[in-house]
Design a binder for this molecule. Structure first.
Ligand SMILES: NC(=O)C1=CN([C@@H]2O[C@H](COP(=O)(O)OP(=O)(O)OC[C@H]3O[C@@H](n4cnc5c(N)ncnc54)[C@H](OP(=O)(O)O)[C@@H]3O)[C@@H](O)[C@H]2O)[C@@H](O)CC1
Ligand SMILES: Nc1ncnc2c1ncn2[C@@H]1O[C@H](COP(=O)(O)OP(=O)(O)O)[C@@H](O)[C@H]1O
Ligand SMILES: [Mg+2]
Length: 289
């Protein structure tokens, strides 16, 4: 099966420019659930990336120990805390977000596993699952049936292997991921260089990004960006496609200034603005033709 390349033209046909009369209440509310002692930074990155990708409101649900860290490092983000200090034990919120991203830094404590299962049983909100939430799913494969159709999963190669088992070739890796996506009707990433997005039999191959992205937290940022787009009413596949394209493009735009080595996950967040501007310049140029 030939992949569809995620390039400028694929993005332009999916991208919705900002409505002049929008306000934060209709611009989408994203909820990021994650973090544990020593890994609160991952949620700071996801939540800040969600804001910088354009949703109107962002809330982070974290263990108590992260309260001041998130409030001080990203004051625009609202914070809800678990009753536990160091990990999440019960996912309980009274807000109504339009999208949820779960997993960055969440760890695999036994009570976090139970909280995740309880959450999946009741959740009806569009969802992105990443990092340790994927690892928890790998420990309990029967919970996969709790996922709503078109839930977005963003594994890196090791997380993917935990979900679908080992492969002996790139072709087998692709075939197994397609079978997994079809079995549960999920949108499944194969992160890497390049990143693929699998939606059943349809394969999308990203064309942006470079080795500068090989840095801690760059996946946590991607989760925040996709969750933000989902909260802004993009369909899950479109949120995944636009998210991965913009994420990669930040690295292509920033590289001449940072080089590979000094590019960090926060550089992705800092470059989202220029990335949107370059996309909009392309759209304007196309309209003039
Ligand atoms: N600041 C924070 O708070 C941060 C918090 N974080 C949080 O930490 C938690 C653990 O996440 P994690 O991804 O580091 O651990 P884990 O799932 O064991 O995978 C690591 C192993 O996977 C492999 N591997 C990875 N990529 C690969 C590739 N492209 N290509 C090939 N292999 C690849 C590689 O295996 P190896 O090659 O060594 O066998 C590597 O050793 C998670 O919740 C996350 O959100 C992080 O986001 C960092 C910033
Ligand atoms: N060499 C590379 N070229 C292009 N993209 C890369 C490269 N290395 C990593 N990436 C991208 O960086 C991100 C890393 O995600 P992940 O491993 O989940 O990071 P973390 O868990 O530390 O946040 C993925 O989107 C991946 O595609
Ligand atoms: Mg990750």
């Amino acid at each position: 099966m030939k992949p569809i390349f995620i390039d400028k033209s694929e993005i332009i046909k999916r991208y919705k420019p900002i409505n002049k009369y929008t306000h934060k209440g209709i611009q989408g509310h994203a909820l990021l659930i994650g973090g544990s002692y020593g890994k609160i930074g991952s949620v700071c990155l996801s939540a800040k990336a969600a804001l910088k990708t354009g949703c109107g409101l962002v809330t982070a649900f974290i263990p108590k120990c992260g309260y001041e860290i998130v409030q001080i490092s990203v004051p625009e983000v609202m914070v809800l805390t678990d009753k536990e200090e160091e990990f999440i034990s019960n996912i309980n919120f009274q807000i109504l977000p339009q999208a949820i991203g779960i997993g960055p830094g969440i760890g695999q404590e036994f009570s976090t596993q139970n909280a995740f299962q309880k959450f999946l049983k009741s959740n009806k909100i569009p969802l992105v699952i990443d990092a340790d939430a994927l690892n928890i799913l790998s420990l309990h494969k029967s919970w996969m049936t709790l996922l709503k159709p078109k839930t977005v999963l963003t594994p890196h190669p090791k997380e993917l292997e935990r979900l679908i088992g080992k492969w002996n070739s790139d072709e087998e890796k692709m075939d197994k991921t397609i079978a997994f996506s079809l079995q549960y009707d999920l949108i499944v990433f194969m992160k890497g260089a390049p990143t693929y997005i699998i939606d059943g039999h349809t394969i999308y191959q990203n064309t942006t990004g470079n080795a500068a992205l090989a840095t801690a937290g760059s996946g946590d940022v991607l989760t925040g960006m996709i969750t933000s787009l989902l909260a802004q009413s993009y369909e899950p596949l479109n949120a995944a496609i636009i998210g991965v394209y913009l994420h990669g493009l930040t690295a292509d735009i920033a590289l001449p200034e940072t080089g590979y080595q000094s590019f960090i996950a926060s550089t992705i967040i800092d470059t989202i603005g220029k990335t949107y501007l370059s996309l909009e310049n392309n759209i304007e140029r196309q309209e003039l033709l």
